[in-house]
Design a protein. Structure first.
Length: 320
């Protein structure tokens, strides 16, 4: 069980989930941009903190996330304060610039993560490397590790609020108040598709653009857009092949997974059991914490963003 103790003044999963989105405003360290060209002719954008004394930590965001995501500035600041260098990778099309190819990114896409980490190993041959993924980024990171990749590159990894089974996550987001999160995310995704495949690129779209405005659930959106854009036969094929849970036993490096059982993005039944975890994987479960929340502290004026200290403490044990 996790050592996290939730703030008493944030009862329920939605308060934990929404508080940092609305009120967490950490001081972000200075960041230097870079465009990383990919082998298939596309690109991803990176943001770098100032060089540190040794380790380099890659940060992977969640669905439609970016440097604006509430967890990103604080995590970068915590890594910088530890004396390490961080690199924040935008998934394709998430940096404010549309990527060049028709395809985008998805929950099981591990190719760009692998290319980034290979690049880091080539640039910093003597440095210890780690990676931290949030939500979708955590799912992709765990799948990457479970596929057998990263064992000669990374010293350790952390994944936070992971949708272990994508079908279960899509079901949960289609129920109750969680539909508010689904509407918000789908609004962003539909707008991105509309803007990217406008009149100038409509012929490039391997999807039925006329259907996009009516896609009001992740099941429908992923079946009509995500699956055909990325070579899956349909939503069931996409969810089955892209969920990280079947890959957890293949992870060979020290890896911490942080998850709350009240996460409004995933039902507790989707959380893996001990027999599904490799010996190097630690799954820390908290009864409360919401989705990438984990806010502690005795009062709103003294809120403590526990993830920042827990992630850096874990990495410190494996990077130094």
């Amino acid at each position: 069980m996790s050592a996290f103790r939730p703030a008493w003044w944030l009862p329920g999963p939605h308060a934990q989930t929404l508080w940092p989105v609305l009120f967490h405003r950490p001081v972000r360290p200075a960041l230097a941009p870079e465009t990383l060209e990919l082998p298939d002719g596309d690109f991803v954008d990176l943001l770098w903190t100032a060089p540190g004394s040794g380790p380099v930590v890659a940060i992977l965001h969640g669905l439609e996330g970016g440097i604006h995501s509430h967890y990103a500035p604080g995590m970068l600041a915590a890594i910088h304060a530890a004396g390490w260098q961080a690199v924040f990778m935008y998934f394709r099309g998430c940096s404010g610039r549309h990527n060049r190819l028709a395809r985008s990114y998805h929950s099981g896409d591990t190719g760009d993560i692998g290319f980034l980490l290979d690049t880091l190993r080539a640039r910093f041959p003597g440095a210890r490397l780690a990676a931290v993924g949030f939500s979708l980024g955590g799912n992709a990171l765990l799948k990457y590790l479970g596929e057998g990749a990263g064992r000669t590159i990374l010293s350790s990894a952390v994944a936070v609020s992971v949708p272990f089974l994508l079908a279960a996550g899509a079901d949960r987001l289609n129920r109750g108040f969680s539909r508010v999160y689904q509407r918000h995310l789908l609004r962003r995704l539909r707008r991105k598709i509309r803007d990217k495949f406008g009149a100038n690129r409509k012929a490039d779209a391997p999807i039925a653009l006329d259907l996009v405005p009516s896609l009001d659930s992740f099941w429908r959106f992923d079946d009509a857009v995500t699956a055909p854009l990325h070579g899956f036969s349909g939503v069931d094929d996409y969810y089955r092949r892209s969920s990280c849970r079947p890959y957890l036993r293949g992870i060979e490096i020290p890896t911490l997974i942080i998850h709350a059982l009240d996460d409004p993005f995933l039902s507790p039944e989707a959380v893996p059991g001990p027999a599904e975890l490799a010996k190097n994987v630690t799954l820390e479960l908290s009864p409360r914490g919401g989705h990438v929340g984990f806010i502690a502290g005795g009062a709103p004026c003294s809120a403590k963003y526990w993830l920042e200290s827990r992630v850096t403490d874990y990495l410190r044990n494996h990077l130094q």
